[in-house]
Design a protein. Structure first.
Length: 250
């Protein structure tokens, strides 16, 4: 594990339309001590050609080509296993960072001795047009608060695994990031928010989260199957989750 190195975890599947912009948002970072691990999950478009082209030009970009489609959770876990950084950051192939994202967030973490941080972010359309309001990061959020308000954007998270210990995402099809944040919170860590918009979350029509009812069903599954909450508490959390999800889109 290398001090100060940020390992950026990027699963990719048929992402040739967006992944160049994603990679460019990493290579333009003002903070330079990073590695980007892209795991291609058996893409059938030109994604492999695009990512391998960038990897040949920049030795900080590492590409892993899978022989069978395993889903985003397992693809992320393969990248985490190969990572060498003290810090783990997540960036999906259709999302973007502002150029000072890593620098500002790492300073915030160092100054406040934070193990688990996230930031505000701006949803955008497939064409890059801002949609809805900025998602504002609260000052802090713990396990029970997060069950009721899944406000942490995966693309904004940085975790200091020297502090938290090693981790992997639960291998479920969707909401695996939610399940991971809860896992880390159960270890006694609070997630601390930096209220600066440092990332852009692209709403893509084919993504799991664009299918709202499917996403809601997956959240319910995390409550009942992963967290094993009782029916009453699951219902209380779910009602609050739905309310907050609607509020984010107003």
């Amino acid at each position: 594990m290398k001090n100060n190195l940020v390992s950026i975890i990027t699963p990719s599947y048929n992402s040739s339309k967006f992944i160049e912009e994603c990679i460019n948002s990493v290579t333009s970072q003002t903070y330079k001590d990073w590695e980007m691990i892209i795991v291609d999950d058996c893409s059938t478009d030109d994604s492999i050609q695009v990512v391998t082209k960038y990897a040949k030009k920049n030795n900080r970009i590492k590409v892993i080509l899978l022989e069978e489609n395993v889903g985003a959770a397992k693809a992320r876990n393969i990248a985490i296993k190969e990572s060498k950084g003290k810090y783990i950051a997540f960036l999906d192939s259709d999302d973007l960072w502002k150029k000072n994202k890593l620098e500002k967030q790492l300073k915030f973490m160092s100054k406040n001795d934070v193990a688990f941080s996230f930031t505000s972010y701006q949803p955008i359309s497939e064409n890059g047009v801002e949609k809805y309001s900025k998602i504002v990061a609260p000052k802090e959020i713990d396990y029970h608060s997060y069950l009721k308000n899944t406000i942490i954007g995966c693309l904004t998270v940085i975790i200091d695994r020297e502090k938290t210990g090693d981790f992997y995402m639960p291998n479920i099809r969707s909401s695996h990031d939610m399940a991971l944040w809860l896992l880390i919170m159960k270890r006694g860590f609070t997630a601390y928010g930096l209220n600066e918009n440092l990332a852009y979350y692209r709403i893509v029509s084919t993504s799991n989260t664009s299918k709202k009812w499917k996403a809601a069903k997956e959240v319910w599954g995390v409550y009942r199957t992963i967290e094993k909450l009782n029916l009453l508490y699951s219902t209380i959390c779910f009602v609050s989750y739905v309310y907050n999800a609607i509020k984010k889109r107003i």
